[in-house]
Ligand binder design. Structure first.
Ligand SMILES: [Ca+2]
Ligand SMILES: [Ca+2]
Length: 407
């Protein structure tokens, strides 16, 4: 409602537009594209590594990507009052205050626009980093590109209100594309399962085919405390539930009431890590505070178990919140695992102390109720002594009782 009324206001005050502060988004079809409808996808523009999968792109997105939360209004589409006469220009006025509170107060800095003619998508464009100032009039001319030539997907359970666009942007390295997605606030992969009830918040679940519906992200089962495999029970909508089948032992702290069980699993595990005594690994750095080698690798002894079929449980997907990626493989000694640490950017492997943790699961040394055992350690920046690089790794609190063994 709010956004449509704003579009009307623009036309009424066009003659005195300079007196109204805010952003004017001027969508141009130039001589190629005439449209009778526009859909605006406003968002916040932040780099991210978590553009979700979607029905036509079911594998995780690689490379440079940006995930926007759509600042959504059910009426944020503009429809021509004269559809028989499609037009080549439209000005969308975004004020800095007034009736459109939700959009304005969310501080949009990004918008993607899709142009239609007779319900066929014919153009797409975006404006990155536009400004919303209460003492300036800022105009942005947004040139539409032919839709058919672009790699775009619009999807969403119930209604296709999410969009991703793979495109070579001016800010991308030469010859490379990036992916920008604008998605729902509490349903990041737009599959109809809200984040709180979604086994994989960034993997689109098609309940009909069961593609993307289970197993990729772990869950926490509480009796006994264990990591498990999640499954969606029932189609999206009211009454949908999840199941969690325990597969891997977990230390009890992860299931204590002091770690909010309603939070996402990554937050629950982070809370649990602070409650359990575990080894701390200090990674040596060079004078630039960067990893001595890329990747940086080290072996670590696993308490009370062999490093058989190791698997990273946390960080989820192997990527720490700060972007560093951890991989694991069996070490040279049977009771040690081999870890490799990859920076988010190879050109800048600066390693900050972000309280990173690694939770590894290995096969147990003796058969138990569950098939896996876990081992936890922290990783931190260590010595800056150039002579210590790259071999000067140090491990403290090796006696930390972090290994969880199911009884
Ligand atoms: Ca979802
Ligand atoms: Ca999902």
């Amino acid at each position: 409602m709010a956004m449509r009324s704003i579009a009307l206001v623009v036309m009424l005050v066009a003659a005195c537009a300079d007196s109204r502060f805010g952003a004017y988004l001027i969508v141009e079809g130039d001589d190629k594209i005439a449209f009778d409808r526009l859909e605006f996808y406003f968002g916040d523009y932040e780099p991210g590594f978590d553009v979700p999968t979607s029905p036509k792109n079911p594998t995780p997105v690689q490379g440079l990507q940006f995930l926007n939360t759509r600042i959504y209004d059910p009426h944020d589409s503009w429809v021509s009052s004269t559809p028989g006469s499609p037009q080549r220009e439209f000005t969308y006025y975004v004020p800095t205050g007034g009736s459109n509170d939700q959009l304005v107060h969310s501080g949009p800095s990004y918008v993607m626009v899709v142009a239609y003619n007779k319900d066929k998508a014919i153009g797409i464009a975006e404006e990155i980093g536009f400004k919303l100032s209460d003492n300036e009039v800022d105009r942005y001319i947004i040139h539409l590109l032919p839709f058919a030539a672009e790699e775009v997907e619009m999807w969403g359970f119930g209604q296709p209100d999410c969009i991703k666009w793979t495109h070579q942007r001016a800010t991308d390295p030469s010859g490379m594309t990036s992916v920008v997605a604008v998605v729902r606030d509490h349903d990041r992969d737009c599959d109809g399962y809200s984040d709180a009830e979604d086994c994989n918040r960034l993997i689109y679940c098609d309940f009909g085919t069961q593609v993307g519906c289970g197993g990729a992200a772990p869950c926490i089962a509480t009796t006994p405390c264990a990591i498990g495999e999640c499954a969606q029970i029932g189609p999206p909508g009211s009454g949908t539930t999840q199941s969690c089948s325990a597969t891997t032992c977990l230390f009890d702290g992860a299931c204590s009431t002091s770690c909010d069980p309603t939070k996402p699993i990554d937050e629950r595990l982070q809370c649990a890590f602070s409650q359990v005594n575990h080894p701390e690994v200090y990674i040596p750095l060079d004078e630039m505070e960067q990893l001595c080698t890329v990747p940086y690798s080290f072996d670590l002894q696993i308490a009370n178990a062999l490093c058989a079929s190791p698997r990273i449980i946390y960080p989820l997907g192997g990527r720490e919140p700060d972007g560093f990626v951890v991989t694991v493989a069996p070490g040279t000694a049977g009771d040690s695992c081999h870890f490799e640490l990859f920076p988010p950017m190879f050109g800048d492997p600066t390693f900050h102390d972000n309280d990173d943790h690694v939770l590894v699961a290995v096969d147990p040394s003796a058969p138990g109720v569950f098939t896996r055992t876990t081992f936890l350690f922290g990783i931190h920046p260590g010595s800056h002594d150039p002579n210590a690089c790259p071999s000067g790794i140090s491990i403290q609190n090796t006696s930390g009782s972090s290994a969880a063994i199911c009884n």
